[in-house]
Design a protein around this ligand. Structure first.
Ligand code: FMN
Length: 441
């Protein structure tokens, strides 16, 4: 067998065996004969040639199938043609291999007729499926005499069948075949590669799904903050390109942010005007306040009676700082109060010493919600301070019932205040009595 130099670019998944790439510096070339380690219970120095003929016994196949299912992959249809006609099968064990020369590898079960056909034809095409192609994936994953029924096809450079709807096509000539367990690994040199815009279909733990860029989520979080902070005011029409510029992201990330904001009810899609910032909806405030309430009730369950002296002291200091900014029934300094109020509740949440809880609390954007809820008037109520004082004292006494009552009452007060302020605002919709809602809890 000629020695082929390889280096690893992305991972693939072979359903019939577990392959681990060799140790050593990333990007270092490695001879094929030592490139695979069928690692389940096999010594480090074993080579593919040594191990391929031996059964892999130490990891149960069912366990392995479950575990390896956690490796998310794309989904492709491998096509080829020979004297018997066209063949195709769904495959996720597909990996780009080398740039110079451009190479791919695919891993096909030898029991699959398509595998033998690729071997006979000496060529294959990788058709990368896009979002919405689940039924194509299923069609090509079931044995059938008429795999291509209803599928729109063209012929590629190598004369292979090409799925017109696929997101990308990579046509390859087979340069080498390697046996791995039940599968044949076909190393192919790329003859032609084309792609179009679109979202890929993904496969994870036995189910199809969609891919989401982390940068899209970041764009959404920032856009949400702009709306909650009032930087994008109610009624403002948001153009995708303008938002993309403002967030310094591409148009597809901005569009993604808008669709999520629409799902949150923070923007709405007007057929004529496009996306516009929704009038502040009492539901958005209710959701955030309820979420804070639930988090704090959880913190009380977890911590009360076990809070250290120094933490109680910090909580008391934060309460005092906040109470100085709301005197009588007026805010002395509204923005200052919002900061101090946030610091006080953040301190409550931090008592749990649970970073996930702290992060969940931060994501509620409560400063923005409060600014949008209460920002139109300096008039408020001393009862907010009274109930938060009772919460502070309940922590100090280790009185769980009193703390729970204070948190629930504070939530009702906050929700009722939003209703009072927005009662003659067109954005107020579907308003119930928060007192009744909380009594039902
Ligand atoms: C999402 C998905 C990924 C698959 N990946 C592979 C793969 O990488 N290799 C393989 O041999 N079979 C894979 N299969 C199974 C084959 O598609 C299936 O056995 C098919 O019937 C083979 O077609 P054929 O028997 O007509 O050749 C996969 C199936 C699904 C649903």
């Amino acid at each position: 067998m000629p020695v082929q130099t390889l280096y690893f670019m992305t991972t693939g998944q072979c359903l019939g065996g577990s392959y681990r790439w060799p140790r050593g510096r990333p990007g270092r070339s490695t001879a094929l004969t030592s490139a695979f380690d069928l690692s389940a219970g096999v010594d480090e120095e074993d080579t593919l040639t040594d191990t391929a003929s031996r059964p892999i016994a130490e990891v149960d196949a069912t366990v392995f199938r479950h575990v390896v299912g956690h490796l998310a992959s794309g989904v492709t249809v491998i096509t080829t043609t020979d004297s018997y006609g066209d063949h195709g099968m769904t495959a996720s064990s597909v990996t780009s291999l080398s740039l110079e020369p451009p190479m791919m590898l695919i891993c096909l079960n030898r029991a699959a007729p398509t595998s033998a056909a690729v071997s006979r034809a000496g060529a294959y095409a990788v058709n990368v499926l896009g979002l919405g192609h689940e039924s194509l994936a299923q069609q090509f994953a079931a044995p059938s005499k008429d795999k291509f029924r209803g599928v729109s096809l063209s012929r590629g450079r190598l004369g292979l069948p090409i799925l017109d709807d696929a997101l990308a096509h990579i046509e390859c000539r087979v340069v080498e075949e390697v046996t791995g367990g039940t599968h044949t690994i076909f190393l192919g040199q790329v003859a032609r590669a084309t792609a179009r815009e679109g979202q890929p279909l993904t496969y994870f733990r036995g189910g199809f799904g969609r891919f989401e860029f982390a940068r899209d989520d970041a764009a959404y979080q920032r856009a949400r903050q702009l709306v909650l902070d009032g930087m994008l005011a109610p009624g403002v029409v948001i153009e995708v390109d303008d938002l993309a510029r403002q967030l310094d992201v591409d148009a597809s990330s901005a569009f993604y942010a808008l669709t999520r904001l629409a799902a949150d009810g923070l923007v709405r899609r007007d057929p004529d005007r496009g996306y516009e910032v929704a009038a502040f909806d009492v539901r958005a405030a209710d959701d955030a306040f309820d979420a804070r309430c639930v988090i704090e009730l959880g913190v009380i369950e977890m911590t009360i009676g076990r809070v250290s002296e120094s933490e109680l002291k910090t909580l008391r200091e934060r309460f005092e700082a906040m109470s100085r900014l709301l005197v009588g029934d007026r805010f002395v300094d509204f923005d200052g109060y919002i900061q101090a109020n946030y610091a006080f509740h953040e301190c409550v949440v931090n008592l749990a010493h649970n970073p996930s809880l702290t992060a969940a609390f931060a994501r509620l954007s409560l400063k923005g919600v409060m600014a949008r809820s209460f920002g139109s008037t300096p008039v408020t109520s001393q009862r907010f301070i009274d109930v938060q004082r009772r919460l502070t004292e309940a922590f100090e006494r280790g009185d769980k019932a009193a703390a729970r009552e204070a948190v629930k009452e504070y939530n009702v007060l906050a929700k009722r205040r939003v209703r009072e302020i927005l009662s003659d605002n067109a954005g107020l919709r579907g308003v119930g009595d928060p007192t009744a809602a909380s009594a039902a809890r």
